[in-house]
Design a protein around this ligand. Structure first.
Ligand code: CP
Length: 323
């Protein structure tokens, strides 16, 4: 067996957090550790090496009070692939309709000997409230427009895999920054790891207040395009908006959609990313979404590895059971 064929070795890391609530509170070192472990689980999956049952005897509950395809599925797969049990809670078919609060709901699920709650809720801070009141680990799977830490970790893992680094790269987050938890978590993570971050979109959706953190703000995609190593195209979240933030979807697409013409003016090795779900023809055209620069499905694949890493770190390493 050559060195290249040897199975990857479980990293020996230090991690003390039982909860993952956001990237704002993480140090650069902690983000690097999460990415190192994610890269390990991604290499295990790619090599076909079955992961060790690091979560054997642990139960992870998915508490999603908002819809999800990618995040919920990948947390379930991540826990199962590590030998854990998964309890799927469906808000729409639960006793919430009878007046039970989110806290009582979470305490009820926790009382079934659950070790971790993966929480998505439309209210910013909902996972923090649960973390303060429960013994179980709480992982934020998206709280309103606030944070989506595992999404940003999988975005950064994907950039690292394709560029070998984050530091010194120019990464543009394009679109609905105002309502995007993915944007917020990416801003914290990318800044900590030394990227140059550009926020780009209509003035109604991109606030200049981010400039205070050292982020560049631009209202012209065409102007920033030739400088970007990575373009992360965010969906317009109409469901979180009271009024339409621009005259028409057609005008938005004209100014901000990543299309073939714009791709020709971008760097030859530009990475096209999107957290998904994507709206083809709005923030990205179908040919670009499915084209050779796009790593959108690689992001989805990496989502499982990142969630394996986060569950292992918070449930095992933080408890002194690193395996
Ligand atoms: N990116 C993301 O969070 O997708 P889902 O809403 O499908 O989980």
């Amino acid at each position: 067996m050559t060195t290249a064929q040897l199975p990857p070795t479980l990293p020996q890391v230090s991690w003390s957090r039982r909860h993952l609530l956001g990237l704002e509170e993480l140090s650069a070192e902690e983000i690097r550790t999460a990415l190192q472990c994610s890269a390990y689980f991604a290499r295990c999956s790619a090599s076909g090496e079955p992961p060790r049952p690091l979560l054997a005897g642990k139960t992870v509950a998915n508490l999603f009070f908002e819809d999800s395809t990618r995040t919920r599925s990948s947390f379930s797969l991540a826990a199962r692939r590590l030998g854990g049990e998964v309890l799927d809670f469906h808000a729409s078919a639960s006793s919430l309709s009878k007046g039970e609060t989110i806290l009582d709901t979470a305490r009820t699920i926790e009382a079934m000997n659950v070790d971790a709650l993966v929480v998505r809720h439309r209210t910013p801070g909902a996972p923090h409230l649960l973390a303060q009141n429960l013994q179980a680990s709480v992982i934020n799977a998206g709280d309103g427009p606030h944070e989506h830490p595992t999404q940003a970790l999988l975005d950064m893992l994907t950039i690292q895999q394709h560029r070998g680094r984050i530091e010194g790269l120019t990464v543009a987050l394009v679109g609905d920054i105002a309502h995007s938890r993915t944007a917020r978590s990416n801003i914290w993570g990318l800044l900590r790891l030394g990227a140059h971050v550009i926020l780009c979109g209509p003035a109604t959706l991109v606030s200049r207040r981010w400039e205070a953190l050292g982020v560049e703000v631009s209202y012209s995609l065409d102007e920033i395009l030739p400088r970007c190593d990575v373009l992360n195209l965010l969906r317009i979240q109409f469901e979180r908006q009271q009024a339409r933030p621009f005259p028409s979807v057609r005008e938005y697409a004209h100014l901000y959609a990543m299309n073939r013409q714009r791709l020709q003016r971008a760097r030859p090795d530009v990475l096209i990313m999107a957290p998904g779900p994507i709206n083809r023809g709005v923030e990205i055209t179908a040919d670009v979404a499915d084209g050779s620069h796009s790593v959108i499905l690689r992001q989805v694949t990496n989502g499982v590895a990142v969630r394996m890493a986060v569950l292992w770190l918070c449930l095992c390493v933080a408890a002194g059971e690193s395996g």
